[in-house]
Structure formats: C-alpha cells, structure tokens
Design a protein around this ligand. Structure first.
Ligand SMILES: C[S@@+](CC[C@H](N)C(=O)[O-])C[C@H]1O[C@@H](n2cnc3c(N)ncnc32)[C@H](O)[C@@H]1O
Length: 283
C-alpha cells in the first residue's frame, strides 16, 4: 500500500518510507527488473538510459534498481514533496559518479504527463498507483507508448490482506479500508486495489507486451515495526470511514499488533509488479 493513506495534497512521512524500504526491496519481482535491464541494454546501447521515477519519494525505487540495471543511467526523480526529494539526493552514494546521473524535480503528477515523459526509455514508479484514477493510468499508458518508453510499475497493492489466523473483525476493517482507498488523493477518484488490473489493460490496449508478478509483503515477527505502523494506518483509515465503530476498530488493531509481535500470526499484503515493453512499430 502506498502508505499512510493521505488526503489530497498531504505528504508521506519520511519515517514510513524508510520503514518499508527493506521489505519493499526483498518483495519485488526481481525477474521483471532483469527484463527491464535487458530492454535498456538493447534500446539505449552506448549512452545513458533515461529513466523517470514517478512519485520517487526518498529514492527507494532508485536504490533498488540502480545496481540491477548494470549500466549508466540518467535518472529523473519526480515528486511533489521537496523534502523527500532532498532525502533521495542525500542518500545517493558519493561514488555513484558518471554512471548514475541524477536530477530531482518537484512536479505535480496530476498535471499533464507528456512534457516530463517525452524522452524516457523507462518510466517507473513504486507504491504509487493505488493513489491515481483510471483516467490518469490511461494517460500514462498512452503517453509512454507515444514516447516508446518501457514501463515498470511496482509494489502496487491488489487488495489481499491475509493474516495467517482469522479474527472476527478482519472483514469489517477490510471493507472500511477499501472505501477509504477510493478517496481522492489528488488525482480524482483513487483506484486503490483495482489499479494493477487497470494498468495491465491500459498497457495492453496501447500495444505493450505486459508481464506481471506478485511482490507480496510477507510480514512476521521480525517485521513487527512495519506491521505496527501499517495496522495503525488501517485502524485510522477504517475509523474515519466508520466513526461509530471506533472502539471495535481499536480493539481489532490491538489484537492484530499483539498477534504479529508475539509471532502468533503472519501477515501477507498482496502487491503486484507490472512490466510493459513497448511495441516498436507503434512509436
Ligand atoms: C507511497 S509514496 C512512494 C514513494 C517511493 N516511490 C517509494 O517507493 O518509497 C508515494 C509518493 O508519491 C508522491 N506523490 C503523491 N501525489 C503526488 C503528486 N500529485 N505529484 C507528485 N508526487 C506525488 C508522494 O509525495 C510520495 O513520495
């Protein structure tokens, strides 16, 4: 999930993005990264590949991809949050050198995308598209197809939230959460967990060869800090949807945190990675 369930225009906490980074990296569909790297090797030979990271935050996607693309890359990190972008720049290894050029740009992604994607070889994002609308995804696919860019959109929630044991109120919270995910986050009605399916269809309509793989978070006792933050976010989102059930939701959150912390329950949060490789004839 993209995270702290913000309202339109609000900001993601640096702490939350830091907390999730290791789990994000271990969960990703490494095979799709390999195919994206191969694509860049073929299509951007002899020059820096131009990679645009949408909603880059503090640079987690860059830190995952950079060592795996095995080639010089000119990165453009786009985000509306100047503080997160500054953290991304600070986190760049000082010895990255010429092989990793970086520009961080404050951009509102709800504005037209064509100017920022024009020259891209690869357009990527992580933990972003549950925030956006169907129209935004259609425009993304069309704009990327026009630019001839590959598309790698990762760590998108697909709605599965599974504890390894059952709690009587899991379903109540899940339903309230799904309603909350549809709130406008600055891009119109948010797709939430429907986003990956909408993206896959949009890319296919634009002639992309599309591959998907799960990138589920598997959380156990060792990930208790992340699980606690996640459950707290769900609790707050579900309560805002059903304020009359506040006590019930609070008791649910306390039970769920305790179960994970004590190792009695594991938690799987369904995520999907999607790779689209462009059809060169449609450029
Ligand atoms: C859940 S965070 C993911 C950050 C990063 N990709 C990661 O995986 O850690 C979503 C990011 O989207 C950015 N964002 C949300 N709405 C935006 C908008 N309208 N324009 C630009 N960035 C936006 C947020 O500032 C945040 O950095």
């Amino acid at each position: 999930m993209s995270g702290a369930l913000p309202a339109a225009g609000s900001h993601f906490a640096d702490d939350w993005l830091t907390l999730r980074e290791a789990v994000d990296h271990r969960s990703r569909a490494h095979g799709l990264t390999f195919f994206a790297a191969e694509h860049l090797r073929r299509t951007a030979a002899g020059r820096h590949a131009r990679v645009v990271d949408l909603g880059a935050g503090r640079g987690s996607n860059l830190r995952y991809l950079a060592p795996r693309l095995h080639r010089p890359v000119a990165w453009r990190l786009l985000d509306q949050d100047a503080e997160l972008l500054a953290a991304a720049e600070r986190a760049m290894p000082p010895d990255a050198g010429e092989s990793c050029q970086l520009s961080a740009e404050i951009v509102d992604l709800a504005a037209p995308l064509a100017p920022v994607l024009r020259d891209a070889d690869l357009v990527t994002a992580s933990a972003l598209i549950d925030l956006v609308s169907r129209g935004w995804i259609d425009t993304l696919a069309e704009t990327c197809a026009h630019a001839g860019a590959a598309v790698l959109i990762t760590l998108s929630v697909d709605g599965r939230i599974q504890f390894s044991d059952a709690d009587v109120d899991d379903a109540v919270v899940r339903r309230a959460l799904a309603r909350d995910q549809a709130r406008d986050k600055g891009f119109g009605l948010a797709l939430g967990a429907a986003a990956p399916a909408v993206l896959i269809n949009a890319l296919a309509r634009c002639g992309y060869a599309v591959a998907t793989q799960p990138s589920d978070w598997q959380l156990g006792r060792d990930d208790a800090a992340l699980a606690r933050a996640l459950i707290a976010g769900w609790h707050s989102a579900a309560t805002s949807q059903q304020p009359d059930q506040a006590e019930r939701m609070a008791a649910w959150a306390a039970r769920r945190v305790e179960a994970v912390e004590r190792g009695r329950a594991r938690l799987c949060i369904g995520h999907v990675d999607v790779l689209g490789l462009p059809n060169p004839r449609r450029r």
